[in-house]
Design a protein around this ligand. Structure first.
Ligand SMILES: [Zn+2]
Length: 106
């Protein structure tokens, strides 16, 4: 790939659409377990224009751009983008009500 030709993909933002194969979930439910979706490079996203998976090095940047935008939007709403720590777990448990299993992630 020559640097003097083609668009500067690093700065460009693609329009992404949810992958039709896995419906944006990045995994497909197989017979026994979930499989990484091949059609979208297990990202859940494809190019809106062609419906094709983005190359990984492009995809990472596109997802970062979108994540940053999403975090900014949540900050504007006065909430942390991703809830972490004991307080978040407490709220999570509250929402599920008594008797719910507490999934600790280990
Ligand atoms: Zn997919």
């Amino acid at each position: 790939m020559r640097k003097s030709h083609g668009p500067a993909f690093r700065a460009a933002q693609f329009d992404l659409a949810k992958c039709p194969a896995c419906r944006g979930k990045a995994v497909i439910t197989g017979v026994f377990h979930e499989l990484a979706c091949v059609q979208c490079n297990a990202s859940g996203w494809v190019t809106a224009e062609t419906g094709e998976a983005l190359p990984l090095e492009v995809l990472v940047t596109q997802l970062s751009i979108r994540l940053q935008a999403a975090e900014q939007r949540l900050e504007l709403l006065g909430r942390p983008a991703i809830a972490v720590g004991p307080e978040a777990q407490y709220n999570e448990n509250n929402r599920r009500g008594p008797g719910a299993t507490n999934y600790t992630g280990d």
